[in-house]
Design a binder for this molecule. Structure first.
Ligand code: LLP
Length: 382
């Protein structure tokens, strides 16, 4: 996976740092783009997955839109060069300041998640004599069958408008002069690997869309969110997610109306496999039942294992010799600061370079300064 030139580059840098393989990003983007074009789908990259400016510039140059969940993400997307009419703004708790900023910049649409938010947006749009286009983010109560912390489309989740509230909203919208309902938005969760889940989502969306048709409301765009999972277990065997099957399912099962735009907000599937967290072994410590490889990266650099018990493949890039088992842990003062238990690695020594794989999504963006940690600049290779 890593050439000797790339390993030499790693050796010359202070660890830990994120490494981005831009050739992987490029191939992934080309694949998504050609398939999306084939099916006439629009892609709005989910900025939350990785807001690194260099990556965003490459993604924006592909002509994709941006899915943002904060005023600062909207600002970043605009600064990078995403066209405002391809920027969507979602999130359950948008502040007045963020809403005003997005209105000033004439973004494409607000994905509204509560009745009260629609009222506030209407009042703010009135102040600036604008009409805000909105999509209703609806909670479809479809189980994404993924980790419970990244499940968003069940009744128990805070996201989206409940279907029982739809009649009230439709009535209310008649009186709101500064809101125009143009779309419906759904996002049921992330790292979804069971493709049947997406078929179930399509069927539920069709029912909900029919309800709007029956009430004389035309839906100009349908946004199916993100969620396509990646192969964390074997990144080298399958570094390209199965976009083909994913899009084909929506093409087959979604009841798309004439001239209706269909959007996807892919995050992880676009950026996860191009990123690795590179770290060095500080110490080897023999425990009672296990050996610890203590590395210089911690949960502060990659929070996913600590937060979601997630698996990332760990490679020793410089070690040779017999395979042994190590608990690979970081320096942070928390017992959850562990990248993997009983990880099989060639005999590992102080100074070895370690790659924690598939870390391009929800890695760098979730870095924290806990323990007053330093943050090193990423390294890019092509
Ligand atoms: N659209 C909405 C409304 C979202 O909330 C998300 C992700 C996406 C799109 C992009 O989903 P993706 O294609 O990346 O699955 N930090 C967690 C993941 C949180 C996902 C949040 N929402 C993790 O590291 O697994």
């Amino acid at each position: 996976m890593f050439s000797s030139e790339v390993k030499d580059l790693f050796q010359s840098k202070e660890t830990p740092f994120y490494h981005y393989d831009l050739a992987v990003l490029d191939s992934t983007l080309n694949c998504v783009k050609s398939l999306a074009d084939k099916f006439n789908f629009d892609i709005h990259y989910a900025v939350k997955a990785n807001a690194n400016e260099r990556l965003l510039t490459i993604i924006s140059n592909m002509g994709f839109g941006a899915d943002c969940v904060s005023g600062n993400e909207v600002r970043r997307a605009i600064d990078i060069g995403f066209s405002a009419d391809k920027i969507l703004f979602a999130g359950v708790g948008k502040t007045d300041k963020e809403l005003r900023f997005a209105l000033e910049n004439n973004i494409k649409a607000f994905n509204c998640e509560s009745i009260q938010e629609i009222d506030v947006l209407n009042a703010l749009a009135e102040e600036s004599s604008q009409i805000a286009e909105i999509a209703l983010r609806i909670n479809p109560n479809v189980d994404a069958k993924t980790h419970k912390y990244i499940t968003t489309g069940l009744d128990e989740n805070k996201f989206g408008i409940n279907q029982i509230d739809l009649p009230i909203i439709v009535e209310k919208l008649k009186g709101l002069k500064h809101i125009k309902l143009t779309g419906l938005h759904f996002h049921i969760g992330s790292q979804i690997t069971d493709m049947n889940v997406f078929k179930g989502l399509c069927l539920r969306v069709n029912e909900i869309q029919n309800w709007f048709c029956d009430h004389g409301i035309e839906i100009l765009h349908l946004n199916l969110g993100g969620g396509l999972g990646i192969n964390y277990l074997k990144p080298d065997d399958e570094w390209l997610p199965d976009f083909e099957t994913y899009f084909a399912i929506f093409n087959e099962f979604l009841d798309r109306k004439a001239n209706q735009q269909v959007h996807f907000e892919l995050g992880r599937s676009i950026v996860a496999q191009c990123g690795n967290l590179i770290t060095r072994v500080l110490y080897i410590k023999n425990g009672v039942n296990t050996n610890f490889a203590i590395v210089d990266a911690g949960m502060t650099e990659l929070m996913r294992p600590a937060l979601y018990q997630s698996y990332h493949q760990i490679d020793n890039l410089t070690g040779e010799g017999e395979i042994r088992e190590y608990d690979v842990v970081g320096p942070i003062c928390e017992s959850t600061d562990c990248f993997g238990k009983s990880v099989k690695l060639p005999e590992t020594k102080r100074g070895d370079l370690i790659a924690i794989r598939s870390a391009g999504a929800y890695g760098e963006v979730m870095v924290s300064r806990y323990n007053l940690r330093d943050q090193n600049a990423p390294l890019y290779t092509e």
